[in-house]
Design a protein around this ligand. Structure first.
Ligand code: GLP
Length: 244
């Protein structure tokens, strides 16, 4: 895994956006795997800026998102569908018909999972953007998710519900289930970029990069992928050996 340590969030976002934009410049029909969360917001802001400056177009790009809460409709402000429109899609020239997010309606969940994995076979990510949970989750693949998993429904870990409750009015409003790309779907991406910032990510980052590859830390599987770059700020990198 290639590791790039940056001074702060601003620089992390700049480096990450250069890597993602290069993929689109190389292939205007690229498939981008996208993530939600606060980590990639700066990266998305920079992509919007490149679009506004006329140096990047998403007109022929397709996107597949990692995950969605179960039970929030796409107009709920905390749904990932809403997040993606609000943070990125509404500000660039992407065709919304080419953007894909697991649906998350509480009905026919098994069927939805199957359909999403089928879709991913046809839309293999040229690059997958990932954040990392403080417990090492990627997408919503919580600790002990099998590495060979496809899109599935998950029961969110207590720590994830607590981490994500900051965005809801109260912890009781945080959905307890989500639908997520499986680890095998993520690993199928041609290239993967992980963005991580802040001291609360330092343990997870250390385990991901230098820990044993184990299902107890889902992100550690990335050590087995041949093209992964981690871009993280100094706080998130603080526990890495390479920092010592
Ligand atoms: C959420 C998302 C993940 C995201 C992670 C980190 O639970 N499902 O895809 O990477 O949390 O979020 P943040 O970037 O806000 O720290």
């Amino acid at each position: 895994m290639k590791v790039i340590v940056t001074k702060d969030y601003h620089e992390m976002s700049k480096v990450a956006s250069e890597i993602v934009s290069q993929v689109v410049l190389d292939n205007p029909h690229a498939v981008l795997g996208l993530a939600t969360g606060s980590s990639p917001i700066g990266l998305y802001n920079n992509l919007i800026e490149m679009y506004e400056q006329g140096t990047l177009s998403f007109a022929n790009v397709s996107t597949v998102n990692l995950d969605e809460y179960v039970g929030l409709n796409k107009d709920h402000p905390q749904s990932y569908a809403y997040f993606m429109r609000n943070i990125l899609f509404d500000h660039i020239d992407i065709d919304l018909n080419n953007t894909h997010i697991p649906c998350g309606s509480a009905e026919n969940l098994d069927e939805q999972c199957k359909q999403y994995s089928e879709l991913l076979k046809n839309l293999r990510q040229d690059i997958q953007v990932l954040g990392i949970g403080s417990n090492g989750h990627i997408g919503f693949n919580e600790p002990n998710t099998p590495f060979d998993s496809q899109t599935h429904v998950v029961q969110l870990a207590e720590s994830t519900i607590k981490d994500n409750s900051r965005l809801f009015n109260s912890i009781d409003e945080v959905p307890t289930q989500a639908i997520t790309m499986g680890i095998a779907n993520i690993m199928n991406a041609r290239k993967i970029i992980v963005v991580a910032n802040g001291a609360n990510k330092a343990d997870a980052v250390q385990k991901m990069v230098e820990g044993q590859v184990s299902e107890s830390c889902p992100a550690s599987v990335l050590q087995r992928h041949s093209d992964v770059v981690l871009v993280c700020d100094e706080l998130a990198a603080a526990k890495l050996q390479l920092q010592k």
